[in-house]
Design a protein around this ligand. Structure first.
Ligand SMILES: *Cc1c(COP(=O)(O)O)cnc(C)c1O
Length: 355
C-alpha cells in the first residue's frame, strides 16, 4: 500500500479470484469454467473481418446483442443491461441501489464478491446465516426492508431455492431491489426470469462465463424493469460507456444463436455431476445436493485444506476457503468425464496415503 491510497480504502479487503496458475497444466476444477470450448460458430464470428474493425468503438448500447437476448428470453431490449462480466453488474447494483439508508443483505456463505462490494461502498451489510446443511431459508428474507442479493443456485454450496420462494421474497420487499444472481441456473435449475414482468424491484443477473463457455470474453447481463435498467445505465455511462468490446459482442450473438450446443454440454455436465457424486459417496464423502456445475463436498477425517493441497500436488486444482464455517469443505467444478476420472483417481490415492 502506498501512502497515497485514500483512507477510506485502507481496510478494504479485495476479492481473491481462484488461482489461474500459468506454470503448469493442472486439471482445473477450481473456477467453474466450462470444460468445453465455445461453439464452432463463435470462432467464425470472431473473425478477421471483425478484428479489422477494432479501430472503431463498439456500440455503447449493444443494441444487436440486447435484441438477441430479448428474443431469446421473450422480454424487450429495454429490459436488458449488458456488463463486463456479472462482477461488473454486481458493482453497478451496489453502486446504484445500496446506501446507508437502504442497506443490503445476503447469505453469510455465498459468493465472496458480495461482502467486498459492500465494503467498497462502506455499506452496513447484513449477512444472514444459512440453516442446517447450508440451506437458505426464504422466510429469513421476507419483509426485511433491505436490498437483497442472493445467488441461486448458491455458491459455493450449489443448493437452489424455488421460483415461488423468490417470488415471496420479492413481493415482501416492494421498496427494495432484489438481485437474483443466476450464474449457475442453466445446469438444471429453474430461472425466475418469468417474474421480471410482474415485479419492478426484481433484477436477474446472468453470465456467459459458465454455461456459455465464454469466461475469457467477460460478459454478464441483467434482466429487469426498464426503470432499474435505466439506473444501471446511469452507472455505466458514469464509469465506462464502452464496457463490452466488439469481439465479445460478436461472440455472444453467435452463442445465443447456437443455444442447443450449450444445452447439450450442460446435459453432459449434469451427467458427470451425478457420476462424480456417486463415486464420492462410495469413498465416504458427504456432498450437498447441487444444481450447479460444481459440488461442495467433504470427507470426515480429512480436512478440506489438506485435501486441496494434496490434490494440487497431484496436479488437480479445486477450491478451498480458510473460513471456519466451510473449512472442512472443498468446491469441485464438474468438468469433462476424463477430468472427473483423474480427480477421482487422485482422491482414491490420497485416501490410501492417509489411512
Ligand atoms: C462466476 C460468478 C459470477 C461472475 O461471473 P462473471 O460473469 O465471470 O463476472 C457472479 N456470480 C456468481 C455467483 C458466480 O459464481
Amino acid at each position: 500500500m502506498s501512502r497515497f491510497l485514500s483512507a477510506r480504502f485502507t481496510n478494504l479487503e479485495a476479492y481473491v479470484p481462484g488461482e489461474q496458475p500459468q506454470d503448469m497444466q493442472y486439471v482445473k476444477l477450481n473456477t467453474n469454467e466450462s470444460p468445453f470450448p465455445p461453439a464452432p460458430a463463435v470462432l467464425e464470428a470472431v473473425n478477421a473481418a471483425e478484428i479489422s474493425r477494432l479501430n472503431l468503438y463498439p456500440d455503447p448500447e449493444g443494441r444487436a446483442l440486447r435484441q438477441k437476448l430479448a428474443e431469446h428470453y421473450e422480454v424487450n431490449a429495454e429490459n436488458i443491461f449488458l456488463a463486463n462480466g456479472s462482477d461488473e453488474l454486481l458493482n453497478f447494483f451496489f453502486m446504484a441501489f445500496c446506501d446507508g439508508e437502504r442497506g443490503v443483505a445476503f447469505p453469510s456463505v455465498s459468493y465472496g464478491f458480495y461482502p467486498v462490494y459492500a465494503s467498497l461502498y462502506q455499506l452496513p451489510a447484513e449477512e444472514i446465516p444459512l440453516r442446517e446443511d447450508f440451506r437458505l431459508e426464504p422466510s429469513d428474507y421476507c419483509g426485511i426492508g433491505k436490498n437483497i442479493v442472493i445467488a441461486n443456485p448458491n455458491a459455493p454450496t450449489g443448493r437452489i431455492i424455488g421460483v415461488e420462494d423468490i417470488e415471496r421474497i420479492v413481493r415482501s420487499n416492494p421498496d427494495h431491489v432484489v438481485m437474483i444472481d443466476e450464474a449457475y441456473i442453466d445446469f438444471g435449475g429453474e430461472s425466475c426470469l418469468p417474474l421480471v414482468g410482474k415485479y419492478e424491484n426484481l433484477l436477474v443477473c446472468q453470465t456467459f462465463s459458465k454455461f456459455r463457455s465464454l469466461a475469457g470474453g467477460r460478459l454478464g447481463f441483467a434482466v429487469g424493469s426498464p426503470g432499474l435498467i435505466e439506473d444501471l445505465d446511469k452507472m455505466k455511462y458514469s464509469t465506462n460507456s464502452y464496457n463490452i468490446n466488439r469481439l465479445t459482442m460478436a461472440a455472444a450473438i453467435a452463442t445465443i444463436d447456437h443455444h442447443e450446443y450449450y444445452a447439450a454440454n450442460s446435459r453432459r455436465i449434469q451427467e458427470n455431476r451425478s457420476y462424480t457424486v456417486k463415486e464420492l459417496d462410495k469413498l465416504g464423502f458427504e456432498t450437498l445436493p447441487s444444481k450447479a456445475n460444481f459440488i461442495f463436498t467433504r470427507c470426515s477425517g480429512l480436512d478440506g485444506g489438506a485435501l486441496y493441497r494434496a490434490l494440487k500436488s497431484k496436479g488437480v486444482l479445486v477450491r478451498h476457503w480458510d473460513r471456519e464455517a466451510i473449512a472442512n469443505w472443498c468446491r469441485v467444478t464438474i468438468g469433462s468425464r476424463e477430468q472427473m476420472d483423474v480427480f477421482l483417481e487422485k482422491v482414491r490415492e490420497i485416501l490410501e496415503e492417509v489411512s
